[in-house]
Design a protein around this ligand. Sequence first.
Ligand code: SF4
Ligand code: SF4
Length: 84
Amino acid sequence: MALLITHKCINCDMCEPECPNQAISMGNEIYEIDSDRCTECIGHYDKPTCQSVCPIDNTIIINPDHKETNEALWDKFVVLHHTV
Ligand code: SF4
Ligand code: SF4
């Protein structure tokens, strides 16, 4: 599943440079995650690194509209990083 940034976000800028897939960018009001680029950090970290660096608990959550299997996340990783 891709992750989602909720309105608890305080625009602290911590997560954006940490994303290994450049999935995070500033939106109209708060930071947003591009679900086409978010792999839950699979292939890079054991757990989503944006959640690890975010100073506000429960700001970055699982996006219920983007449920994906582990296999789908790995496919996304391969496409994003051109690895075989
Ligand atoms: Fe980026 Fe990982 Fe957060 Fe997804 S879970 S937005 S890939 S840092
Ligand atoms: Fe918002 Fe958390 Fe990212 Fe800071 S680290 S910009 S509070 S989502």
